[in-house]
Design a protein around this ligand. Sequence first.
Ligand code: GUN
Length: 291
Amino acid sequence: MSAKIISGNEVSQQLKDEMKQEVLGLKAQGLEPCLAVILVGEDPASKVYVSNKKKACEYIGIRSLESKLPVDATTEQLLEVIDGYNKDKSVHGILCQLPLPKHIPETEILRSILPEKDVDCFHPYNVGLISIGEVRFLPCTPAGVIELIKRGGFETSGKDVVIIGRSNIVGRPLSNMLDQRDMNATVTMCHTRTKDLKGRSAAADIVIAAIGVPEFVKADMVKEGAVVIDVGINRVDAPDNPKGFKLVGDVAFDEVKEKAAAITPVPGGVGPMTIAMLMKNTLTAAKETMK
Ligand code: GUN
């Protein structure tokens, strides 16, 4: 039997429509949520992300501000922009688009954003809150993964989850989120040095692939009836395609879908969820100011 396809396009649209309604209510109470996005340089992928964030803000009714700095901007100039947004009470969320040019220290920049405006949830203070189960924001991609599992109609409580990939942006926070008391999963984190990765993955109820290796997860790494979430977005050569490339995930979709109970596609799976969860964090940050 072929798997249920969990569509991130559909779920993120649902979430955005729910948030649109919520923003109407907030505005009626005099609160206009606002997200400030900072882009340094001209990276084409970053420009697309930033423009998608702006479109999502417009759709939901969130005010969006944008600061563009040249590729040779100094660390001090960037810190000054962040400081301005930190101090501006009408700005609820601040996002500095990554990657930054090499001469700017990413760690210092991410730590300069006030934790209460850190809608990416990259500040060590907010990361720490997740690991003790005291959540302010949830990091956008991991939160999107969990929302897809839930809205796909699948339970995490008591399930064995294998996460492939231990990045600070996806694998590690996901692991911290899934074994908290509200999710109750038993998590195994796998990486390049894991013994018998195939066996562990094939025994899991839920497999989450976030390693950035095209089509790494094959059918023999997935249990019959498992739920498979694909976080990867990889460009691979495709001479037949007019663009010369195509996007594939970390999961060999065509073969795994014949075995899994449910699977997320690439594109149109986890990707669109990340922006929806960023919008959710912005609303959370705005609502916090009313307390
Ligand atoms: N670049 C690619 N994805 C992201 C993201 O989620 N947040 C930030 N700040 N930069 C990114």
